[in-house]
Design a protein around this ligand. Structure first.
Ligand SMILES: [Fe+2]
Ligand SMILES: [Fe+2]
Length: 175
């Protein structure tokens, strides 16, 4: 599969498994909150989800079993606890420390039947940064890796560009 085709497939999978998060008010707010200097939380979130799904495709080609819905929901919700950061947290350090647990709480609201595995993906997503617990599932490692990779991409490329604009998921017709 060519990269452009894989990317189109990744967008479809993010939309299929992440519909509740993508349609939520908190996700709308995420596109208005700055993140990583040149990006927004929403743009970063979509970028992480697409990168994580692309990693899953590689793993599947290697015949590794991976829970795609857990990866998509974990990716889409991992930083939603940061929304309203200035009102919620006294400092950047507090936001850094507390947003994973707050994101897990947002995910539970959006997905009342949220599996424990997905919750743990969100709680542990800051790994390997300081004081974060190590992921306890393969899916957790995928989301953590996609998050770190995408954080660098946010800084280098900013919110979006012609090649893989992270806004393309939510800007699709009908969304
Ligand atoms: Fe985070
Ligand atoms: Fe993140």
């Amino acid at each position: 599969m060519k990269r452009a085709v894989r990317r189109e497939q990744a967008i479809k999978d993010v939309e299929r498994y992440g519909d509740a998060a993508l349609r939520s008010d908190v996700m709308q707010q995420a596109f208005a909150q700055k993140h990583h200097l040149r990006s927004t939380v929403g743009e970063h979130t979509i970028r992480v989800a697409c990168a994580a799904v692309m990693i899953c495709y590689v793993l599947r080609r290697l015949r590794v079993r991976i829970d795609l819905p857990a990866v998509v929901v974990g990716s889409l919700c991992h930083d939603l606890g940061m929304i309203g950061r200035k009102e919620k947290y006294a400092s950047n350090l507090e936001s850094y420390r507390r947003h994973p647990e707050a994101s897990a709480a947002v995910a539970r609201q959006l997905y009342p039947d949220l599996p424990e595995k997905t919750e743990e993906i969100i709680r542990r997503h800051m790994w390997p940064m300081r004081k974060s617990r190590i992921p306890n599932s393969l899916e957790g490692f995928v989301v953590s890796a996609a998050d770190k990779y995408s954080s660098v991409a946010d800084l280098v490329r900013g919110g979006g560009n012609a090649r893989g604009n992270p806004g393309e998921v939510r800007n699709r017709p009908g969304r």
